[in-house]
Structure formats: C-alpha cells, structure tokens
Ligand binder design. Structure first.
Ligand code: GDP
Length: 198
C-alpha cells in the first residue's frame, strides 16, 4: 500500500466539495506543529506531499491524498490550537471538522497526533470531546518520540492510556513514532493497511 506513488488529490473547505466517498479514509488530526505533515510524508515516503502550513488565520482545509489502485485515502485535517487563533477561526475549524466527522461514511479512523514532549493538552481534550460526540474511533499516535528518553516515553504511554480509558470512542492502542528517526512508522503503516482491507 505504501510502496505506491502517493499524490495530492484535492483540498476542500466545505462539505459540498468533498471527493467521492468510495475509498476507506483515515484522517490525521492534531495541534498545529505536532508533526502531522512530517508523519504523513514519512508514511507515504514523499517528502513534500503534506506541507507545513502553520500560519494562524490561514484557510481551514481538509487535504486529500491518494495512491493508484489503493483502497485508502489519507486526509490531512487542519491543525488546531493556534495560540493567536481568533474565535471565528476556531468555530470554522469545529464546524468543518465536525460535519466531516459526522457525515463521512467511509471514515474508518482518526489518527490523533500528540507531541511526546507535551502530552495531552486542553485543546486535545476538546478535540477528543468532538470525536467522542461524532462517534468516530480515534487512535492516539505520539509524535517526536526521539525528543524524550525511553523511561519518559514509557510513562507517557501509560498516562495517555489511562486518560483514554475513560473515553467513549478512543482506540486503546497507542503508537509512538518519530518521523525524524523513522521509528514506529512501519507499525502505523501496518495498522492503516489492516483498516484499509477491512
Ligand atoms: P505540523 O504543523 O503538524 O504539520 O508539523 P510539522 O510536520 O511541520 O513539524 C513541526 C516541527 O516539528 C518541524 O520543525 C519538524 O521538523 C519537527 N518534527 C516533526 N516530526 C519530528 C520528529 O519526529 N522528531 C523531531 N525531533 N522533530 C520533528
């Protein structure tokens, strides 16, 4: 699946323009700067595929990536949690994301990225509330695991697991990754392949 040439399909800002929902979809979400673009690029093996666009105030878009003969679409969701984001932007994010989460029948899972150095923050909890409400299964993937020491990572995984146990739609398995060191990327690929072939 990930040996294929992944490419950008389209960006949408409203539900009316979503591409056909024929394929299984996996969406990536997380705070801005969490390492989402880097991880999508590492997964697909294409460096410039997902672009860093951590500019507050920029248009909120869902970006779709596909590969030929591949029953999986990757969706890059707009990052959340800009410190300076105006209220209207946060509302636009919530509206677009929530209608996508509720209205997309082929959405198999949301990969919720959490920065290993920071753990779950207040706006991650708000994103989880939204996902629970939308009843979409989400799986936490830790990013930048190379930034912390193995014992810290172990503790972080245990703490995160405990926080997820109370959640309605959270998947219990956590994957720790580093795009920089290519750690956990194969494990995440394997998980996505399983979902695509369901
Ligand atoms: P996005 O805003 O979530 O798309 O985040 P980016 O992928 O652009 O990454 C944000 C910053 O974190 C960049 O400076 C990346 O170089 C850095 N970064 C991303 N992934 C890793 C990683 O696995 N390890 C380390 N050390 N830094 C990373």
């Amino acid at each position: 699946l990930f040996a294929r040439p992944w490419e950008f399909l389209t960006s949408v800002t409203d539900m009316a323009n979503l591409p056909d929902a024929a394929e299984a979809e996996i969406a990536f979400a997380g705070r801005s700067n969490v390492g989402k673009s880097s991880l999508i690029n590492a997964l697909t093996g294409r460096k410039g595929l997902a672009r860093t666009s951590s500019t507050p105030g920029r248009t909120q878009m869902l970006n779709f990536f596909v590969a030929p003969d591949t029953p999986l679409t990757i969706v890059d969701m707009p990052g959340y949690g800009y410190a300076q984001a105006p209220k209207e932007l946060v509302e636009a994010w919530t509206q677009l994301v929530f209608s996508y989460l509720r209205g997309r029948p082929n959405l198999r899972r949301v990969i919720l990225l959490i920065d290993s150095r920071h753990g779950i923050k207040k706006n991650d909890l708000e994103a989880m509330d939204l996902l629970d409400k939308a009843a979409v299964v989400y799986q936490v993937v830790l990013t930048k695991a190379d930034k912390i020491k193995p014992p810290q990572l172990k503790r972080l995984i245990a703490d995160t697991q405990a926080a997820l146990a109370k959640r309605v739609a959270a998947h219990p398995q956590i994957i720790a990754t580093s795009s920089e060191k290519n750690h956990g990327v194969d494990e995440l690929r394997a998980e996505l392949c399983l979902l695509a072939n369901q």
